[in-house]
Design a protein around this ligand. Structure first.
Ligand code: NAP
Length: 298
């Protein structure tokens, strides 16, 4: 029997590609109308236009948890199933958030090239413990960040759409959260509800001693406003894993010294990626065997 057609909608690892090729006929670019499945990372885009070209589509299996570029309403209306890989990347992304926060405040990344080039005297960083840490978005990842951050924060605050039964202080909205925080960590999804929610006014509330960490989506931040705030010392620094137009990083951002940049590597551990891959394949195998999906989104 012919293998089902599958569209690869964004860059995926060689290991996932090999495993998919054992089960499907893979396509990239212009997919045939017989395409029954799509696989892509959390930045993969599936909109009404693409759906219109794929009358046989049955399932979209996302290798990640972000799904802000999927038109869920259109997918639902067509009865197309969607799966993500929740749970298996949570701890890795939370670890990276803490790593970025420490790297910015203690100048870990900035001092590395100094030592490599024979230097020794380290410019001073800022104390990382005893700060007020605010987390925007207290879902799976935000909660995991909070558990790590709480022991060395003077106060742990958070904001989300609704208050949670947690021991940390709820702040109604990002402006109040930024005002009350020394470190603002973004862990909410991208999409219409959070688009450029961190603007110049929010950055000014974070203030000259404040640090922004973004492991969520670049779309949450008004990037030109962030560049201006960093360049003018209106905030102290930033640690960024995600960008508005990644992988394009504005030169103005790259030129700044008081920030740490990462290539959207939140889930990029060998263990995490193997578990994500296994979950994508388990969902596809279940679907094509007529069994219940393992981690359905819709
Ligand atoms: P999640 O469990 O769905 O949690 C999302 C949280 O954001 C929830 O607490 C939710 O609030 C809150 N939220 C949603 N919309 C909001 C809004 N408009 N205003 C305020 N809060 C809002 O998601 P997750 O698994 O923690 O992942 C969070 C995001 O991280 C993903 O969507 C993805 O974009 C990003 N991510 C990045 C990487 C990376 O490699 N850097 C990896 C994985 C995920 P309620 O609980 O009140 O609904």
């Amino acid at each position: 029997m012919a293998r089902p057609d599958l569209l690869i909608a964004s860059q995926i690892s060689a290991a996932l590609r090999t495993a998919l090729a054992e089960r499907f006929t893979l396509h990239e670019g212009d997919p045939p109308a017989t395409t029954r499945a799509i696989v892509g990372g959390g930045m993969a885009k599936v909109d009404a236009e693409l759906l219109g070209k794929l009358p046989a589509l049955e399932i979209v299996a996302i290798h990640g948890v972000g799904h802000d570029r999927l038109d869920l309403d259109a997918l639902k209306a067509r009865g197309v199933r969607v799966t993500t890989t929740p749970g298996v990347l949570t701890e890795d992304v939370a670890d990276l958030a803490i790593g970025l926060m420490l790297a910015v405040q203690r100048r870990i990344a900035a001092n590395d090239p100094l030592v490599r080039s024979g230097g020794w005297a380290a410019p001073l960083g800022r104390r990382a413990s005893g700060r007020r840490i605010g987390i925007f978005g207290l879902g799976q990842i935000g909660h995991a960040i909070a558990l790590r951050a709480a022991p060395f924060a003077s106060e742990l605050l958070y904001s989300a759409r609704s208050e949670k039964p947690v021991p940390w202080r709820f702040m109604p909205g990002i402006a109040a959260l930024a005002e009350a925080s020394d470190v603002l960590i973004l862990a909410a999804p991208g999409g219409a509800g959070t688009d450029r929610i961190v603007d110049a006014a929010v950055l000014d509330r974070l203030g000259p001693g404040g640090v922004l960490v973004n492991i969520a989506r670049g779309s949450l931040v008004d990037e030109p406003a962030l560049v201006a705030a960093l360049a003018e010392g209106r905030i102290a620094g930033a640690g960024l894993d995600v960008f508005a137009e990644e992988p394009q990083i504005p030169e103005a951002l790259r030129a700044l010294e008081n920030l740490v940049l990462a290539p959207h590597q939140g889930s990029a551990t060998e263990e995490g990626r193997a578990e994500m891959r296994a979950l994508v394949l388990a969902n596809l195998d279940a679907h094509f065997a007529g069994k219940p999906l393992v981690t359905p989104l819709i």
